[in-house]
Design a protein around this ligand. Structure first.
Ligand SMILES: Cc1cc2nc3c(=O)[nH]c(=O)nc-3n(C[C@H](O)[C@H](O)[C@H](O)COP(=O)(O)O)c2cc1C
Length: 192
């Protein structure tokens, strides 16, 4: 029998998204966000939800732009740091030894050292409650050549991202390959 846990903000897993933005003085900042993900294919859009108390909130409202940077597992400490300390108090790029690069298509910085980057222009802002949702249209995706698969798109095993468990407040690496999507569940496949 299932036990009711009441209304809570839990799904498993959550992504670990490092959100890049400039403040009013064009100083680069990053913060960690787990409340987010792709929300439309055409136009390609992604969503992040931020509390107004974050420094990033005002930065994104000001420039109507942000980047999403996907860290590799090797960057787990930096990702956690960006989710603990505020750009209001310090320069997190400097503190972490990371390099901000100005976006090519939007007024937001991306993290040079992280393998996969989305440049996003704010399409809509939705007030939900504690969190405000920023829907961003993806203007470009940039990936290190070393993480690309033969089809020219990011190979998840090379990007080697990690996931967040908001229930246990822990980070995990990806597990083993299970099967091909849109394929393993097909009727003919189920016969074997
Ligand atoms: C794993 C993790 C996930 C987080 N996800 C979010 C989130 O989705 N939205 C949010 O507002 N804060 C989130 N935070 C907290 C912010 O990252 C944190 O408040 C940060 O200091 C804000 O930075 P800033 O003030 O420089 O913008 C998360 C923190 C961690 C460690």
């Amino acid at each position: 029998m299932k036990k009711s846990l009441g209304p809570r903000a839990i799904i498993q897993p959550n992504p670990v998204l490092i959100v890049g933005s400039y403040d009013e003085n064009n100083r680069a900042n990053i913060m960690t966000a787990a409340w987010g993900g792709i929300c439309c294919s055409k136009p390609p859009c992604v969503t992040i939800s931020l509390r107004k108390a974050t420094y990033s909130y005002g930065c994104i409202q000001h420039h109507r732009a942000y980047t999403i940077n996907i860290p590799s597992s090797a960057h787990v400490k930096a990702a956690d740091y960006a989710g603990v300390y505020s750009g209001r108090d310090e320069n997190k790029f400097d503190a972490l030894g990371l390099t901000p690069v100005k976006g090519e298509f939007v007024q937001a910085p991306y993290v040079k050292e992280f393998p996969l980057v989305l440049e996003c222009e704010v399409l809509d802002v939705i007030e939900i409650g504690l969190h405000t949702q920023f829907i961003g249209e993806i203007k470009d995706i940039k990936a290190d050549e070393a993480v690309l698969a033969e089809n020219g798109l990011p190979d998840i095993t090379k990007v080697n991202p990690f996931i967040y468990d908001s229930a246990g407040k822990r980070y995990y690496e990806l597990g083993k390959f299970l099967g091909k999507a849109y394929s393993v569940g097909r009727k003919e496949g189920m016969l074997t």
